[in-house]
Design a protein around this ligand. Structure first.
Ligand code: G6P
Length: 588
């Protein structure tokens, strides 16, 4: 949700910031802007649209100055307008900031400030620049100013601020939103995401919540909101610029889909001791809760279904945004397993904040190195799938699933568990190579307004995930359902030609699901069966290889990813950046 970045060094800031914005476009892409300072002149360039088109129009990458900040926006407060785009200046244009997060008390602050300040935009973010101006005028001390401002802001924020009378310094501060300092040679970076500066450095400092940082081209100073100095070691991140290129693929999404053979294998490479400790803790838990949002929630559902068979304690899975009653139920014997690709999803982090003091053990599964989730967990397992740039989760989903399998196999004392998953990963390529055979189905989906995805038992979460992919990428209304539930409403919606995608490999749920498919077909639905075995009910059959029953979810998902991607292409949508969405949802 919004990407912010800043540069200070000897080079021109604007081209570096422009590249950083492109890298962070997955975080929000409805407007963008850059501000630099050069010889007492503050330049601000911003507009609405995708970064490339803004750049063509107003040359974002051309502004003088070797200090600057930039922002790519996903609108929360205030529509998509040039005024609402960041950076936001103070009234005297001497202080400029970019913000990611939501200021909950902005209306109250706005009322207080409106007597002395001209408020131009509808955003909560602009209010902060006036608040900083107000405080800065008292003492001209940026650190003190930001400390005082931090006390007045309610909500979540990561800010980067520059002051025209402090041209050698750039300031960042964070509370419940990510902010990372990149340590270069004679230059430093601040950003929401490492990918924005990975071409320049892979040495970083992760700021913690309620910290402020003062960065010059060769120094980094951190204080907390009480003004105490903080010393923090740098971390070396094992990511390379190559990880974020599209290579020969036309989109990140399809590249990431095709990476899954190796990413599933990489997910298995866990530190042995840490992994065993994770599983031991899980075994000893008296009450287990799993949470996530979006695709990560679908993994939570699969995990719950599998885990229930291997532990003695009750297991619950819940959406991070619907956590109230589960939070009530958690006590110091409870285990919470948050699952998140970004490790920054606001709803998920809030659940943790609400239970951490109760002594709940947090065992997390995450991808983004240094993310807030990894730092608030007792033990965390990393997906090791590298940066995922496409907004819709693809490789991170199958990596999460691979880790779930690894845990289940460990609990079930399956000796060759890893080998089974590696064997499975080798079949991924074959399934993905059949993309041409999907053409007719893609045409059918392209012409449809509604598509239903049906599955039972462990295939139900995959039905949910398949529907989510189609919605996100192809903008088609899609519903994932427990196959048995169609009789309780959905059949009323079936018309001649309505596509129903039936996820139905050969296992105990096969016959019941076939019956449900037949019920849909009898009302005119076109049945697309995903299975290792053909059936006369299917109008179209997507063949998947036969694998161990428990491993089907991973393999049956692959054609669903392809269908969503290629239907998006058919519709001329950009699958990497679906409209109105953002990858990292750092607001509630
Ligand atoms: C957004 C993304 C989804 C993702 C969800 C949860 O909606 O577009 O792809 O599944 O957030 O994100 P997380 O990073 O917590 O897994």
């Amino acid at each position: 949700m919004c990407g912010i970045t800043g540069y200070i060094g000897k080079k021109d800031a604007a081209p570096i910031l422009l590249q950083a914005l492109k890298r962070m476009e997955y975080r929000g892409y409805d407007s963008a802007g850059i501000s630099t300072i050069h010889k007492d002149n503050v330049t601000i360039k911003k507009d609405i649209g995708r970064i490339d088109s803004i750049n063509e129009k107003i040359e974002l990458g051309k502004a003088e100055g070797s200090i600057g900040i930039a922002h790519t926006r996903w609108a929360t407060h205030g529509g998509v307008t040039k005024e609402n785009a960041h950076p936001h200046p103070s009234c005297n244009q001497e202080i400029v900031l970019v913000h990611n997060g939501i200021i909950e008390n902005y209306q109250k602050l706005s009322k207080e400030l409106s007597n002395n300040h001209e408020i131009i935009s509808e955003t909560d973010s602009e209010i902060i620049s006036h608040l900083i101006e107000e405080e800065y005028n008292k003492e001209k001390d940026p650190l003190k100013t930001l400390k005082n401002v931090s006390k007045k802001l309610e909500g979540s924020f990561a800010l980067i601020v520059i002051f025209n009378d402090k041209k050698d310094e750039i300031y960042g501060m964070r509370k419940y939103a990510p902010l990372i300092v990149g340590i270069g040679k004679q230059e430093n970076f601040i950003s929401s995401d490492i990918v924005s500066f990975i071409d320049y450095t892979d040495n970083v400092i992760f700021l913690e919540d309620k910290e402020i940082v003062r960065v010059t081209s060769n120094s980094i100073e951190i204080v907390n909101f009480d003004g105490d100095k903080i010393s923090r070691d740098k971390t070396h991140v094992a990511w390379e610029a190559a990880d974020i290129s599209k290579e020969e693929f036309s989109h990140h999404t399809i590249k990431e889909i095709h990476e899954q053979t190796s990413t599933v294998q990489n997910a298995l490479k866990q530190d042995d001791e840490k992994f065993k400790e994770f599983v031991e803790k899980l075994k000893s838990g008296k009450n287990i809760f799993i949470t996530g949002s979006g695709s990560s929630f679908h993994i939570a559902l699969i995990f719950r279904k599998m885990l229930t068979k291997f532990v003695n304690s009750p297991v619950q899975a819940f959406l991070s945004s619907e956590a109230e009653e589960y939070i009530e139920l958690m006590n110091n014997n409870a285990i919470l397993i948050p699952i998140s690709q970004s490790g920054e999803t606001a709803d998920l982090l809030e659940v943790i904040r609400n239970v951490k003091d109760k002594g709940v053990t947090i065992l997390s599964i995450y991808n983004t190195l240094g993310s807030s989730l990894s730092r608030v967990s007792n033990i965390s397992l990393n997906l090791n799938c590298g940066p995922e740039i496409g907004v819709a989760a693809t490789k991170s989903f199958t990596s999460q699933l691979a880790i779930v399998y690894k845990i289940i196999f460990e609990l079930g004392e399956v000796k060759n568990g890893n080998e089974m998953i590696i064997e499975l990963s080798k079949k991924i390529k074959d399934v993905l190579s059949k993309e041409k055979s999907l053409q007719e189905i893609i045409e059918l989906l392209n012409e449809s307004n509604d598509v239903y995805f049906l599955g039972r038992a462990i295939h139900h979460p995959i039905a949910l995930e398949g529907a989510l992919k189609l919605k996100e990428l192809a903008y088609i209304h899609a519903e994932g359902m427990a196959a048995g539930e169609i009789k309780h409403g959905t059949l009323a919606l079936v018309e001649e030609g309505t596509p129903a995608i039936i996820i139905n490999p050969k296992d105990e749920s096969y016959d019941d699901t076939i019956n449900n498919a037949a019920e849909m077909k009898a009302r005119g639905a076109k049945i697309i069966g995903i299975s290792s075995e053909n059936n006369e009910v299917y109008d179209h059959w997507i063949e998947i290889p036969q694998v161990e029953k428990i491993l089907y979810p991973l393999i049956e998902l692959l054609p669903l990813q392809l269908l969503a991607y290629y239907t998006a292409i058919r519709k001329k949508n950009n699958p990497d950046y679906p409209r109105n969405l953002a990858k990292s949802v750092t607001v509630k």
